[in-house]
Ligand binder design. Structure first.
Ligand SMILES: Nc1ncnc2c1ncn2[C@@H]1O[C@H](COP(=O)(O)OP(=O)(O)O)[C@@H](O)[C@H]1O
Ligand SMILES: CC(=O)N[C@@H](CCC(=O)OP(=O)(O)O)C(=O)O
Length: 261
């Protein structure tokens, strides 16, 4: 059976009209389906209002106790529950989850090497049968980028990584289609030109664009996750504009399609 996993980034969630249109389009995608959301931009804004400084290293948020409280409130509360309510309006019977709920995504606090990321979790295990049981009831799971460990901590986990890990875990029972949605038309060969979309991206091309600097910043961890999903058994991986989610799911012709070597 086919399963669609869609990840939606913080720049889309932060724009109410854009986000609402995305959720409307998402509601037209046939079940079974899963939504994974980010919200990094909103966490940064809320932290600033509270006088808490944001520090990012290689696209990952340094998460001290004060920042953990912010991301738990923002991702697990505000963003997750607002999405769920809007999805209910559009007819998707959504259920909002952090990785701690139902013990669904167990992780391990990232060990301190040169950098102490604080309360950041690296995923160890996903309870795919719990997720499958929700899907079997026609429920749409909506995951916040939060996981938990065996020591009783909530942990902050990058949403792109979480989407990849969920998609891979679900390949046990489903043919999985993973779509990363964001605010650009796809992976661009020239980051200054919004229309320079790379239609099909191979690992060798990725290395080339990365080396010349055309692919940089947040796109690097996103593509590392996207290629890992493909290597680990996800049938189709696309990176596209949130406005094109239906096209990407239907026939994979939107944005950038990833292919193996
Ligand atoms: N070649 C590229 N094509 C598209 N976006 C790129 C590229 N290189 C860097 N980026 C940047 O990567 C960002 C996406 O990564 P990120 O901010 O982590 O997204 P999200 O919050 O959706 O996960 C884009 O907003 C863009 O600024
Ligand atoms: C550990 C870590 O960095 N977690 C991310 C989780 C949110 C996220 O990934 O949001 P976007 O998809 O909108 O970027 C963060 O706190 O920014």
């Amino acid at each position: 059976m086919k399963l669609t996993v869609v990840k939606i980034g913080g720049n889309v969630i932060d724009n109410p009209a854009f986000c609402e249109q995305f959720l409307k389009d998402f509601s037209d995608i046939p079940a079974p389906k899963i939504l994974v959301h980010g919200g990094g931009k909103i966490a940064t804004q809320v932290a600033e209002k509270l006088g808490i400084e944001t520090v990012m290293v290689e696209g990952r948020r340094i998460t001290n106790k004060a920042m953990l409280d912010v991301v738990t409130m923002v991702y697990g509360g505000l963003v997750n529950k607002s999405l769920v309510a809007r999805m209910q309006q559009f007819g998707d019977n959504a259920i909002g989850l952090t990785g701690a709920d139902g013990g669904v995504i167990l992780s391990k606090k990232r060990p301190v090497k040169t950098i102490d990321y604080g309360f950041v979790g690296d995923i160890e295990k996903i309870n795919s049968s719990f997720i499958a049981s929700l899907l079997a009831q026609d429920i749409v799971p909506v995951f916040a980028p939060l996981t938990y460990d065996k020591e009783g901590n909530m942990l902050n986990t990058n949403a792109d990584t979480q989407a990849q890990a969920i998609a891979v875990a679900m390949t046990e029972d489903y043919e999985v289609n993973l779509v990363y949605c964001f605010e650009k038309k796809g992976v661009l060969s020239d980051p200054e030109d919004d229309d320079a979309v790379i239609a099909v991206l191979k690992p060798a091309d990725y290395e080339h664009y990365k080396a010349e600097g055309a692919i940089n910043k947040g796109m690097i961890p996103k593509l590392d996750n996207a290629f890992k999903a493909l290597t680990d058994g996800v049938a189709q991986v696309t990176i596209c504009h949130a406005k094109e989610v239906k096209l990407a799911v239907k026939d994979g012709i939107a944005g950038t399609k990833l292919v193996g070597a």
